[in-house]
Ligand binder design. Structure first.
Ligand SMILES: [Zn+2]
Length: 353
């Protein structure tokens, strides 16, 4: 008897392009959202996006509440929840880089409310995915949240964001190669649930980005277009899989561990990129695709070494040898690398000297 079932949740509207900041009110209308929105933003995105969007809402007779958060913390999530309740908001709009959107996502999950994602930087695939995470003391609070009802990504604003945020978004996508390798391995060894569609989409997304690497240049609005569409596609792969597996393997565990050991040292995407070079080596050995990953990263100006991340060699080794403990996710790291093996892979791939 056939007993499988799946429930795929996707954003209903995805609006990407030049000047689409002006279309947020139309998107809300299209979704038939009623009542008062709460905008969740942070200081710079507030000026470039949240305030102008608030003016559009006011012109349409809707009075949005706004909360500005400084740091992505669990306290900030609580503050957003309290503000939403006090202001009687009926949906949330996350306007900003990863921070504001992650917080809006987690708060909306808790409040059982829909949210819109209006990214001002194409820095990671959290702008569209159904996963949300914020640091919570020494660990990370990560939940299976809902994907946004809509994503409105204005390439004019995204192209003005600091260049390293865009290269971080690219590196996050390039790391899909190793995330999918880990997923297949976990499927073979541990019978982890696997989706061929999601895996293929995730890999193809990375491939298209690498093939278009010459369009990824500072100040080129088309870069923001290419990267944002790839981030959307990665998010869709996660929604199809119902898990972050298509875009998150051992390279993400490595990055989460670096976040603990060296907080705020480097951007998420840049850390997973460097992690991906090393885990590709672990999968394929010297003849594997690790050089292709490294060359793709360096062609878009993303870091390929510990020094370029601004993280010392010993911290990289500590992250490599301990990150398998972070969560119950089977990857090429298995039950952990020993120190000599970690030093070996980091040296052979040129990540450390
Ligand atoms: Zn990521």
């Amino acid at each position: 008897m056939f007993e499988k079932s799946t429930w795929i949740r996707l954003p209903r509207n995805v609006v990407v392009g030049h000047g689409v900041r002006d279309e947020v009110v139309d998107v809300v209308d299209d979704l038939h959202l009623q009542g008062r929105p709460l905008f969740v933003t942070s200081p710079t995105p507030r000026t470039v996006a949240a305030d102008p969007i608030a003016a559009d809402f006011e012109a349409a007779g809707i009075d949005p509440a706004i909360v500005t958060i400084e740091k992505a913390t669990f306290d900030a999530v609580e503050r957003v929840i309290e503000t939403a309740e006090a202001e009687e908001a009926s949906y949330l709009v996350g306007i900003g880089g990863g921070k504001a959107i992650d917080i809006a996502k987690l708060a909306s999950h808790h409040l059982d409310m829909g949210f819109l994602s209006v990214p001002t930087a194409a820095s990671h695939d959290g702008i569209v995915s159904n996963r949300g995470s914020v640091p919570d003391g020494d660990s990370r609070h990560s939940v299976a949240a809902e994907p946004p009802l809509a994503v409105v990504a204005d390439t004019g604003i995204l192209a003005d964001a600091p260049w390293e945020l865009t290269t971080a978004g690219c590196a996050d996508i390039i790391s899909n190669y190793t995330a999918v390798m880990d997923w297949r391995l976990a499927n073979r060894l541990k019978n982890v649930e696997y989706s061929e569609y999601a895996a293929a989409l995730s890999e193809m997304t990375a491939e298209i980005l690498v093939d278009n690497a010459d369009l990824i240049r500072p100040g080129l609005e088309e870069s923001a277009w290419v990267v944002t569409k790839a981030l959307m596609s990665s998010g869709v792969a996660m929604s199809i899989a119902g898990s972050s597996r298509p875009a998150s393997g051992a390279e993400h565990l490595f990055s989460h561990q670096l976040d603990r050991l060296a907080p705020d040292a480097a951007l998420h995407g840049h850390q997973v990129g460097v992690g991906s070079i090393m885990t590709a080596y672990l999968h394929g050995g010297d003849q594997g695709i690790w050089r292709d990953i490294r060359d793709a990263l360096s062609s878009i100006d993303a870091p390929t070494t510990a020094a370029e991340l601004g993280i010392d060699d010993e911290t990289v080794l500590e992250a490599l040898t301990t990150c398998h403990e972070i969560r119950d996710r089977y990857t090429i790291l298995g039950d952990g690398m020993n120190e000599r093996a970690a030093r070996d892979v980091a040296t052979k791939t040129g990540v450390i000297d």
